[in-house]
Write a protein that binds this ligand. Sequence first.
Ligand code: TYM
Length: 334
Amino acid sequence: TPRIFSGIQPSGGLTLGNYLGALKRFVSLQETGIETIYCVVDLHAITVWQEPETLRHQTREAAAAFMAAGVDPARSILFNQSQVSAHAEMAWLFNTVARVGWMYRMTQFKDKAGKNSENASLGLLAYPALMAADILTYHATAVPVGDDQKQHLELTRDIAAKFNHDYGSDFFPITEPLIEGVATRVMSLRDGSKKMSKSDPSDASRINLTDDADAIAQKIRKARTDAEPLPGNMDGLKDRPEARNLVNIYAALSDETPDQVLARFEGQGFGAFKPALAEVAVAALSPITTRMNQFMADPAEIDRILGDGANRADAIATPILDATKSIMGLISSR
Ligand code: TYM
């Protein structure tokens, strides 16, 4: 049976990249009627230092963002990872299946660990085994993510395949990545070669889901572009990454193809395009920001929703964890 799982780290405020690459698609998948399980992955966030009070706030804010974007906790399961202990336990089992070399090859580890990788937390290295645990503890068949998570999902498939091979079983499904649409890699507003990220030191490089209408308009106005007019289709933007990024963002926000957008703006410059983009962005994001603020006014209610989601997640995860242990020869007698 098909089952969707995905997660977002509460390691900073969420961005337009998280919204278009992940949240917006989580909502459309929920609407298909397939079972959807969405997780705020707080155990992943602490692989780099998080101030505890800030982490608590950001975990609730991420949950608020899911719901403000349209994830309905009655139709999807919404919870935070650390409340369902099967994730951490399954991650240990997978630590024994995965190879150290696989982990060192991950580009996200290399980026985040930097030059002094000996000093990175052991958790940062093992991060992808926990991600495989998130997915496989639910026997999820498909995982919607942005382009930057592709390598991690390949590793999840490798872990499932090696487990199945080593234990002569076909217990774990080989999960499909769902990396679809024009916004699987939203780029920085300041540099068309870098992805938009919550951890970029420049706030002007990203649109945050907490930004108000003025901030959104100002960041788009100041976004780096070139001086050429827009062409009639995307072929004409091959060597113009910043322009391509803004057109892709417009298209994703307005549910059009980039070519449909360009057909309307052909021959016009960014003096005309940017205010139009700002209008589309504010129209799409303002209601989300408003609803996020409403949810954040009642943190106890967010915690209640996460707890309820964790109970429902646990009911699916625990039998799969128990079966995994049994396949591996671990005795369970209480
Ligand atoms: P994270 O928290 O970095 O990002 C959450 C989701 O947002 C997508 N994303 C983007 N999409 C398009 N353009 C961007 N600029 C952009 N930035 C981020 C990410 O691809 C992701 O889909 N390891 C994961 C979290 C995770 C997870 C999982 C995901 C943990 N366990 C299990 C799926 C399944 C991460 O760090 O995402």
